[in-house]
Write a protein that binds this ligand. Structure first.
Ligand SMILES: NC(=O)c1ccc[n+]([C@@H]2O[C@H](COP(=O)([O-])OP(=O)(O)OC[C@H]3O[C@@H](n4cnc5c(N)ncnc54)[C@H](OP(=O)(O)O)[C@@H]3O)[C@@H](O)[C@H]2O)c1
Length: 280
């Protein structure tokens, strides 16, 4: 059993987990703030997740991040879950409240904080936000946009049934567009967010004609590898304000760090540079 006097340890749990950038983020903050503690990687196969989480404190951890493929399973394995994690349907951050392991999800907060910081001209209430994709990341983005006050979300996804599931889960402010007519659907939007895997290294490009997109619409690609995706490049070239996906990753890490190490850290240019180095 870990003693209270020991420096707190946290980790990212995944399978595989070697690719995770979370150790670079938390390691930077621990050094920057001069805090005692450590943050590592824990490779856990899916069938071992429940026992690992049931015994997380016994293994010496004050909490953890969970990544692919454990985000949904962690929802069931935690002793309790926050409202936002339940609405998103996934957990990415675990911490203790007394003896209870709490499952939270910081992706929605990370998304919206990054968007507000880098696109101060965007006003949530001002109009339609188009969301490309209906996977796990889309759920967090939808929750974030609804909570921020977006009046109308247009969901565009290759697999219609998956978009229907999300629209049913999130109510009348979420409507579905036709993936094959996605370009013309952008005519009146104030925000375009790509949450599909398209445009990521190793994935096909996102084929999307931007001619109908208003010039003032903010374009946010949550894919961060590469940092400047084809979508962001095309949007930037025609003058749209653009927001890259790395900031979401950095901002979503803040609440976990605060729970485990006792300080709410800042997202800075230095941190970005450190994480970009780890990505190279
Ligand atoms: N910046 C951040 O902090 C952050 C956080 C989370 C995720 N992400 C990024 O977000 C992306 C999606 O992650 P996820 O967890 O949501 O993945 P996911 O649950 O697997 O969903 C993938 C999405 O991409 C779509 N898609 C994949 N291949 C496609 C294709 N060939 N044509 C059209 N659509 C395609 C899927 O559409 P179908 O439903 O039709 O299959 C689905 O909507 C990844 O690149 C991930 O790295 C970034």
């Amino acid at each position: 059993m870990t003693q209270d006097t020991e420096a707190p340890r946290a980790a990212v749990i995944g399978w595989p987990v070697a690719h995770s950038l979370s150790p670079a983020i938390h390691g930077y903050w621990l050094r920057h703030y001069g805090l005692a503690g450590s943050y590592g990687k824990l490779a856990v196969p899916p069938d071992e997740l429940p026992t690992t989480l049931a015994n997380l404190r016994g293994l010496g951890y004050v909490g953890a991040n969970v990544t692919i493929p454990h985000k949904t399973a962690a929802l069931k394995a935690a002793d309790s879950v926050t409202d936002v994690a339940r609405r998103i349907g996934a957990v990415n951050t675990l911490y203790y409240e007394g003896e209870r392991l709490v499952g939270d999800n910081s992706d929605a907060a990370g998304f919206i904080e990054n968007l507000k910081r880098h696109a101060p001209s965007w006003v949530a209430e001002s109009g339609t936000a188009a969301v490309l994709g209906a996977g796990g990341a889309a759920r967090a983005v939808i929750v974030a946009l609804l909570d921020a006050g977006a009046p109308d979300l247009l969901l565009l996804n290759r697999t219609h049934a998956r978009a229907e599931d999300l629209a049913a889960a999130f109510g009348p402010k979420v409507r579905i567009g036709d993936w094959s007519r996605r370009a013309s659907a952008l005519r009146d939007v104030v925000l375009l967010v790509n949450t599909t895997a398209l445009g990521m290294v190793g994935q096909p490009p996102l084929a999307l004609e931007l001619a109908d997109l208003p010039a003032t619409a903010v374009v946010n690609d949550i894919v961060y590898k590469p940092l400047e995706t084809g979508l962001l490049k095309a949007a930037r070239a025609r003058g749209n304000p653009v927001v890259d996906g790395l900031g979401m990753l950095l901002y979503q890490a803040r609440p976990g760090f605060a729970h485990w190490f006792g300080r709410l850290p800042e997202v800075t240019q230095d941190l970005r540079a450190e994480v970009l180095k780890a990505m190279a």
